[in-house]
Ligand binder design. Structure first.
Ligand code: PLP
Length: 387
């Protein structure tokens, strides 16, 4: 019999025990935690839309119209006008013929890889890809090779080593790396993929809404469907709602509708979420000041922390990680911040590689410059040695 209790104790001893915080109130820079107000820098609500009055109202109005649950999967009776309209708008956003909604980014990634590739094919992934992308290859039973982070030459070497193999080759990368905040070298990856006749799939969970005037990392890099035929985006981060989409050509989307098990065998998301997302898309397009303000906050944080000798990983995105080292240190710094009513969660192995435990600081358009200054002051006050 497996001894789960001992495994939990061992995890606790290594400072790797995961715990949930119970927050009260809406997603916003200030939250209520155990009866006190904390200023948080951990959400992926980069544009500050999760609690935007227009988005909230769209959700409430749509719930009155559609009710709450979709009642069935998309292929039975769950697919409503709201879902359909959102798919069309997402396709326009990322300049592709079609888009298909999934209930989450995790399910989209599993669905795409499982539907299109199998054990005779080969997947190549950036070492630091999101867990859902690594799991997608594993669950689909596709042989997986991991290449050095953000290194097209390393990818090419891997492709060369396996070129004698039969089947299709699929390269997958995050657009913006979720725990690093840096961008994938997409032009380089696309050239390598093209040279080797490999598919390229980009998961732009953290780029949609933020980069390329809201259109994502591909727009930022000037790449389109020709270079990157499979694009995944999520809706629960910058767009502030929930769910995900895959965008591509007609054949890709029709194949997913037939074959993607995480699409076929699950209840459609509530139509009200789709309506709220449609309004979030509109707000994102109309209120470009949100991206400009984010940029100001990012630059300010980076300049001030560098002056304090606390270098952040290189990143132009709202994800600004401060590497601390061991899991225990990361927890200690996070707790020291919490003692000052500032919440930044510690990210530890196995989510990030051993020895690179970090504070994953995220900024949102809902933060003020004064709030970012509070974080900077708190980090300055904490004993630098503990960092
Ligand atoms: C790169 C990446 N892909 C996919 C996901 C999963 O998306 P979702 O939270 O919608 O399941 C995440 C976030 O958790 C992510 O960071």
């Amino acid at each position: 019999m497996k001894d789960f209790a001992s495994a939990l104790l061992a995890r606790r001893a290594k400072s790797l025990y995961r715990r949930r915080l119970v927050l009260e109130g809406p997603t916003a820079p200030e939250s209520s935690l155990d009866g006190r107000t904390v200023l948080q820098f951990c959400s992926n609500d980069y544009l500050g839309l999760a609690n935007h009055p227009r988005v909230v109202e769209a959700f409430a109005a749509a719930a009155r119209h559609y009710g709450v649950g979709a009642g069935a999967s998309h292929l039975v009776t769950g697919h409503r006008t709201a879902h359909h309209a959102l798919e069309e708008e997402l396709a326009v956003l990322v300049d592709r013929p079609r888009a298909l909604l999934f209930s989450s980014g995790y399910m989209a990634n599993l669905g795409v890889v499982g539907a299109l590739f199998g054990r005779h094919d080969q997947v190549y992934e950036d070492r630091l890809n999101h867990a859902s992308l690594l799991d997608a290859a594993r669950y689909a039973g596709v042989p997986l090779t991991r290449y050095t982070h953000a290194d097209p030459a390393a990818l090419e070497a891997c492709l060369m080593r396996t070129k004698h193999k039969h089947g299709d080759q699929l390269v997958i990368s995050d657009g913006v790396f979720s725990m690093e905040g840096d961008l994938a070298p997409l032009s380089g990856l696309a050239s390598v993929a093209q040279r080797h006749g490999a598919w390229l799939m980009v998961d732009d969970a953290h780029g949609i809404g933020v980069l390329g005037e809201g259109r994502g990392t591909l727009a930022h890099c000037g790449l389109g469907i020709r270079e990157v035929p499979i694009l995944v985006g999520t809706l629960g981060k910058a767009l502030g709602t929930a769910g995900a989409f895959v965008a591509g050509d007609e054949t890709l989307i029709e194949t997913l509708i037939q074959e993607a098990r995480t699409y076929v065998f699950t209840t459609a998301t509530p139509p009200a979420v789709a309506e709220a997302t449609r309004v979030a898309l509109r707000v994102s397009a109309e209120e470009s000041w949100r991206r400009e303000h984010l940029h100001v906050l990012v630059t300010h944080l980076r300049t001030e922390l560098a002056a304090l000798g606390l270098p952040l990983l290189p990143s132009i995105t709202p994800i600004q990680p401060l590497i601390v080292g061991t899991a225990a240190k990361a927890l200690a710094v996070s707790e020291a911040l919490l003692a000052r009513d500032i919440l930044v969660t510690a990210i530890r192995p196995p989510t990030v590689p051993e020895g690179t435990a970090r504070l994953r600081i995220t900024l949102t358009a809902a933060h003020t410059l004064a709030q970012v200054d509070r974080l900077i002051e708190a980090l300055a006050q904490i004993d630098a040695c503990s960092l």
